[in-house]
Design a protein around this ligand. Structure first.
Ligand code: PBG
Length: 325
């Protein structure tokens, strides 16, 4: 035998030398839930180890993240009240707006990204305003753009629309530009599937739709080419980064989008992925640390440049210890 693949697997030094996927913690984004109120530190039942914070308690977590080498967070808001129009999403004193102002003041070195969507703020739990039983796409665009602008005004460094309305990137880009936020990037949840993997998140944020589902706007998971269509459309509208979501069951899409577009690609390892690992590990069926490492490495191997994960802190630690990366 002239060629023996095992030759290059002989010892950790050589294995690391020929490693194809290299990662570091600057690629990680931690999603954090901020809730209206004071002195809140509520563990999310379906996401053990993850919490809802209030503006006054989130600082400790943000500091911990920075110390762990995580320089970027994605904010999700849980408002005190919800209404038909989701007005808490774009209120000047909305929960995200307050969280941004506080975080910007206390941690200027932290990069602040916001999820732009209506579902946490609407009384019916859909990602936009309703017209009958359906989400009114074009009316929703105005509110999404207004939300994104209010985030930028409150200190967001980047906005990330996750609603899946048609034309939202252009609507957001235009309003940001008109108001002088030309350099605020848009990370689009472009390739976002209607997925049961969001279940625990909807518990965490209280954002499950009160009727129907999200299949009228999020993508059918049988489709691959449609993801390419969504990604290209959003880039044309001005998206700076394209996200694929969920990650684990959609790594084919991460690879496909990476090969198709010339902007950075993000993958979001969502709440259900986290919950499955936690549950499996708590039963002793799987080794949590090893599964976290393997899951993260596979997302980067598939081609993502950016990885959103509730395990960001742990992964950064494993990178530091040389267990992955
Ligand atoms: C808002 C939004 C959702 C997630 C991110 N942004 C929920 C949904 O679309 O129902 C899911 C994140 C996760 O599951 O971790 N639309």
């Amino acid at each position: 035998m002239k060629t023996r693949p095992r030759r290059l697997r002989n010892g950790e030094t050589l294995r690391r030398m020929v490693r194809e996927t290299r990662m570091d913690s600057s690629s990680l984004i931690y999603p954090i839930f901020v809730k209206e109120g004071e002195n809140i530190l509520e563990e999310i039942p379906t996401m053990p180890g993850q919490y809802r914070y209030s503006v006054d308690t989130m600082g400790k977590k943000l500091e911990q993240l920075l110390n762990a080498g995580i320089s970027s967070v994605m904010f999700f808001g849980i408002p005190a009240y919800k209404d038909e129009a989701g007005s808490g999403a774009y209120a000047e004193d909305g929960i995200i707006q307050k969280a941004l102002m506080q975080a910007k003041k206390d941690f200027p070195e932290l990069y602040l990204i916001t999820d732009v969507c209506m579902c946490e703020y609407t009384s019916h739990g859909h990602c936009g305003v309703l017209c009958g039983q359906d989400v009114d796409n074009d009316e929703t665009l105005k509110l999404l753009a207004k939300t994104a602008l209010s985030h930028a005004q409150a200190g967001a460094d980047m906005v990330a629309p996750s609603d899946m309305m048609d034309g939202r990137v252009a609507a957001i880009r235009n309003l940001l530009d008109e108001n002088g936020y030309r350099n605020t990037p848009v990370m689009s949840y472009a390739v976002k599937y209607a997925s049961a993997f969001y279940g625990p998140f909807r518990d965490a944020a209280g954002s499950a739709p009160s009727f129907g589902d999200r299949k009228g706007y999020q993508m059918d998971y049988h489709n691959s080419r449609e993801g390419v269509k969504e990604a290209l459309l959003d880039i044309e509208e001005g998206a700076d980064i394209i996200m694929v979501k969920p990650a684990m069951s959609y790594l084919d899409m991460v690879t496909r989008i990476k090969e198709t577009v010339n902007v950075p690609v993000a993958a979001y390892s969502v709440s259900g992925e986290y919950a499955m690992i936690k549950a499996g590990a708590s039963l002793g069926y799987i080794d949590e640390e090893k599964i976290i490492c393997e899951t993260a490495a596979s997302a980067f191997r598939a081609g993502c440049d950016i990885y959103l994960t509730y395990y960001a802190e742990e992964i950064a630690g494993f990178m530091r210890q040389g267990k992955i990366g």
